[in-house]
Design a protein around this ligand. Structure first.
Ligand code: SAH
Ligand code: SF4
Length: 314
């Protein structure tokens, strides 16, 4: 719009940016997942992933059909302060919080890039780079904009916050009654191992997280998700599974087992499939719903932080 006065143009550029993200790398996996590396205005980068899942549905005649279901994995920070020893994002340290606009823009870009119709509902998980609850205010503002009808109209019930367990912020979030879903990255059942994996556990130990979760308002039809990153010979034994059952007693929970995804230089190893299944069977046998997250997009370095790391090593 060359006909606008110069100061108005400057004002618009400064206060109403429309190109706050730039796609600098796209990797497509054979299973249909697509990973994007975005560059922000200040030259820093974050990742977002589109996960494609098949969902069984019944048509009007009761026949089972399969429809595509989209889940967007969205970043909340450039880097992360939490410093988990198994996580590549942690290795790069912390740069800055994302703004609410940058959080919303990731969702808009993923929809647009994949020609996802306006009315097609998608699920959002804040499981990309960063610790969402460490960027609390911007995250909440982003979630609200995404949920609003004149925003992106994606209900808060379709948005899941994954946290490494900042207990005080879980309580604060609960009090807001937003209707968002909660996922806890638990990963260990005793504080010694958990503190090795997630140093912040020294300040917010397992019991404090369980207490915070028990106070969290949950939709009666929904469950709190507990993510359990399984690492060979660290936490993949039945004794740990049994402790987990006891810890989750009284919580309407679902456990999601995640294979540790190895990368160069890590001392940790991927667990065997056999141990994963034994762990899962044990939990299910005790009445705790448990699924194994099949590593979507393993071939596109989909674990958190791995695409960014690859680019910066070039
Ligand atoms: N900071 C939040 C959300 C982002 S991390 C959290 O920790 O919950 C998103 C997920 O990626 C976490 O569940 C984490 O355990 C997982 N993750 C990190 N590094 C991984 C790796 N090397 N292999 C598999 N999962 C990994
Ligand atoms: Fe941060 Fe989550 Fe990675 Fe831990 S696992 S360093 S909290 S992004």
């Amino acid at each position: 719009m060359k006909n606008l006065p110069k100061d108005l143009k400057e004002n618009l550029t400064k206060n109403f940016p429309i190109d706050i993200l730039k796609i600098i790398k796209v990797e497509q996996s054979t299973d249909g997942s697509i990973k994007y590396l975005f560059m922000l205005k200040d030259g820093t980068t974050v990742e977002s992933v589109l996960l494609l899942m098949k969902e069984k549905q019944k048509d009007e005649d009761g026949n089972i059909t399969k429809s595509e279901k989209y889940t967007f994995c969205i970043s909340s920070q450039v880097g992360c302060k939490v410093g988990c020893t198994f996580c590549l994002t942690a290795k790069g340290g912390f740069t800055r919080d994302l703004t609410a606009g940058e959080i919303v823009a990731q969702v808009m870009y993923l929809k647009k890039e994949n020609n996802i119709p306006e009315n097609k509902s998608v699920n959002i998980v804040y499981m990309g780079m960063g610790e969402p609850l460490d960027n609390y205010d911007n995250l909440i503002q982003g979630i609200k904009i995404i949920a609003q009808e004149d925003g992106l109209s994606i209900s808060t019930r379709r948005q899941t916050i994954s946290t490494s367990g900042i207990s005080s912020k879980i309580e604060k979030l609960g009090k807001e009654n937003l209707g968002v879903q909660l996922a806890i990255s638990l990963h260990a059942v005793d504080d010694e191992l958990r503190s090795e994996l997630i140093p912040m556990n020294k300040a917010y130990n397992i019991q404090s997280i369980i207490d915070a979760v028990k106070k969290f308002p949950i939709d009666v039809r929904k469950k709190v998700m507990f993510e359990y990153l399984v690492i060979k010979d660290k936490n993949d034994d039945i004794k740990s599974a049994d402790k987990l059952v006891k810890l989750l007693n009284g919580i309407n929970s679902k456990v999601n087992l995640i294979y540790f995804n190895p990368y160069e230089g890590t001392p940790y190893q991927r667990p065997s499939r056999n141990n994963m299944i034994k762990f899962q069977d044990y939990l299910n046998g005790k009445g705790v719903l448990c699924t194994i997250r099949e590593s979507k997009g393993l071939d596109i370095s989909a674990a958190c932080g791995q695409l960014k790391e690859k680019e910066s090593n070039k």
